[in-house]
Ligand binder design. Structure first.
Ligand code: SAH
Length: 273
């Protein structure tokens, strides 16, 4: 399938966009992806004959075409885990935009999932341990579990119990179901700012909500040689990459400007922050 007939910008156009306005709920990762939205919408709407799996594959191909995914492993895992199983019914699954999932939370846009998977790829090898804080729909937890495999551990921690329950249902429908059944993938209700000590130390930690500052327990639970990807900030946020060196010191760099929902208390979130 070709999208050449679609009025899509070049990769550099996408990359040079400033951080966009918030989505309509005023929350969620919102690195500008309006041109991709137009392209993705066109793909799914004008080629509605394909199966969900095919449309998921087309979404991944489109992200590759725009230079947003370069890693073969990330392509494989995003093709394996069908995004449509993780978005609420009636939501356009393959559009490159964050989507509301209830409880003042969002599922991140596909390009943000791709970015985080790529940043963590080396730390998601078979047998490794991964922690997904603010696991929401469970999409990335399922991707992590697929990458670390049955000998590894992928743990999701989410503080809205209803989202924990729905994420488990989503995962059960996905290609990661056997990992959930086998116990290498699990999702827990809890305050992710405390991490999840049971399976620490982690090779990879992903935080899906923006912290005012990096929580110390998450740094403590990172393995030497491990990497954490975490949005940090309030109004202005950066996606920070935290590498724990073998001597236990940490190196931190900013990857890109982002807009995520806050990493906060359940009460604050339910009250609308
Ligand atoms: N990465 C997920 C969800 C992103 S939205 C996805 O793409 O589906 C951020 C999530 O973080 C929300 O589900 C929110 O409920 C959760 N969250 C916010 N603060 C939290 C905290 N202190 N502990 C655990 N989860 C938290």
């Amino acid at each position: 399938m070709s999208s050449d007939n679609l009025a899509c910008p070049s990769t550099s156009d996408l990359r040079t966009q400033p951080v966009a306005a918030l989505d309509k709920e005023g929350i969620g990762p919102a690195m500008t992806s309006i041109p991709m939205i137009a392209c993705s919408t066109s793909l799914s709407e004008h080629h509605s004959g394909g199966s969900g799996t095919n449309k998921n594959k087309q979404m991944v191909e489109q992200l590759q075409r725009y230079g947003l995914i370069s890693s073969k492993k990330v392509v494989e895992v995003m093709e394996t885990i069908d995004r449509a199983l993780f978005v609420p019914d009636g939501t356009p699954a393959y559009v490159d935009s964050p989507m509301a999932i209830g409880y003042n939370a969002t599922i991140s846009a596909p390009h943000m999932h791709a970015t985080c998977l790529q940043l963590l790829e080396e730390n998601l090898q078979p047998g490794m341990h991964a922690l997904d804080v603010g696991s929401g729909t469970g999409y990335l937890t399922a991707c992590f579990a697929t990458m670390v495999g049955p000998q590894g551990h992928a743990i999701g921690v989410e503080h809205i119990p209803e989202l924990v329950a729905s994420s488990i249902k989503n995962i059960e429908k996905s290609a990661a179901a056997s990992l959930l059944k086998g116990g290498s993938l699990s999702v827990h209700a809890g305050d992710g700012r405390e991490g999840w000590p049971e399976h620490a130390p982690y090779d990879a930690i992903h935080v899906g909500a923006a912290a005012p500052e990096i929580p110390q327990p998450l740094i403590d639970q990172l393995k030497p040689g491990g990497r954490m990807v975490i949005p940090v900030g309030k109004i202005f946020q950066d996606l920070q990459v935290v590498d724990k060196n073998l001597d236990g010191s940490v190196s931190i760099r900013s990857e890109t400007a982002v807009r995520y929902v806050p990493l906060t208390s359940r009460d604050a979130q339910l009250k609308g922050y």
